[in-house]
Design a protein around this ligand. Structure first.
Ligand code: BV8
Length: 246
């Protein structure tokens, strides 16, 4: 699996990462909304961060949910419906293939289940999942129904408000210990289809680079943290990811 495939790879930084000797490489891949774009799911940038005239940061926050749970449930009901109708694309399938070839830790910022439906069995959803619900009180989790409503209550404690099991702005992302450990050991870090605007995900490349990993980004255009990568492969993920994995 070349780190500079036939795609348009350009070197982005003079840093020399340690050479990769093994034939079974330890890889961490971070994906963002861009990998699901060709499956028809809107990215945050494409919507200019707005939804029903609200900034996503306003809707995707605990304060937004407390202020107007109906608006937040409508936002996630619409995305749950769109995700259920979408199909995984060649990029999702290529990453499932990559896990068969190398030691892959697949981390996604996405809340859809296209990686799983594209054949990946181990996916770390650091920002939660549309298909799960969470009790705002007792923190029990369960499979979310297709549509959730403000009057929905937790089926376990019967008291707490049922909310989407999504990590909102200001909340701690899931599985961070496991992610930091994988970044410590990585020979190769790749970011696919993410604008590099949201932390801590946007800081993963620096963490991997500091430990000598080779860092490559696959994107439509340079991300906000592009300067932290050794290489950049530009183009649609459904083309660049299968080429990169091959
Ligand atoms: C936390 C769930 C602490 C919701 C999401 C100032 C500086 C640094 C950090 C901060 C700061 N102020 C506040 C913060 C922290 C904040 C943050 O980073 N804010 C940003 C806005 C500055 N972060 C947090 O709050 C995080 N938590 O810090 O907790 C803490 C500590 C202790 C105790 C408690 C708490 C939590 C962040 C998680 C928020 N939730 N998602 C939902 O999904 O509805 S974030 C949400 O936005 C997405 O999940 C995703 O992560 C992010 C959007 O990013 P992308 O996935 O990159 O999508 P985007 O549209 O931006 O880009 C798409 C890319 O794809 C583009 O580059 C495009 O070119 C490319 N593309 C498009 N098509 C294609 C393509 N590429 C290839 N092929 C294509 N076809």
């Amino acid at each position: 699996m070349p780190t500079t495939p036939s795609g348009r790879a350009t070197s982005a930084s003079p840093r020399r990462p340690r050479p990769i000797a093994a034939d079974r490489v330890r890889i961490v891949v971070l994906t963002g909304a861009g990998i699901s774009a060709e499956s028809g799911l809107a990215t945050f940038r494409a919507s200019d961060g707005l939804w029903e005239d609200h900034h996503i940061e306003d809707v995707a926050t605990p304060e937004g949910f407390a202020r107007d749970p109906g608006l937040v449930h409508r936002f996630y009901n619409a995305r749950r419906e769109a995700a259920a109708a979408a199909l995984p694309n060649a990029a999702h399938r290529a990453l499932a293939e990559l896990a068969r070839l190398h030691e892959l830790t697949l981390v996604t910022q996405n809340v859809d289940d296209l990686h799983e439906r594209g054949g990946s069995s181990e996916v770390i959803h650091m920002h939660g999942q549309l298909r799960r619900a969470l009790c705002a009180d007792c923190e029990h989790r369960w499979d979310a129904p297709a549509r959730m409503h403000p009057e929905d209550r937790c089926p376990f404690c019967g008291v707490g408000a049922a909310r989407p099991d999504i990590v909102w702005f200001g909340e701690m992302p899931y599985h961070m210990e496991r992610i930091w450990e994988a970044l410590e050991r990585a020979d190769l870090f790749a970011a696919v289809g993410t604008s590099g605007n949201v932390y801590p995900a946007a800081g993963f490349v620096q963490h991997a680079a500091r430990r000598g990993a080779e860092c490559v980004e696959l994107n439509l255009d340079a991300s906000a943290n592009a300067h932290d990568f050794d290489r950049r492969i530009l183009g649609p993920a459904s083309r660049t990811v299968p080429e990169w994995v091959a």
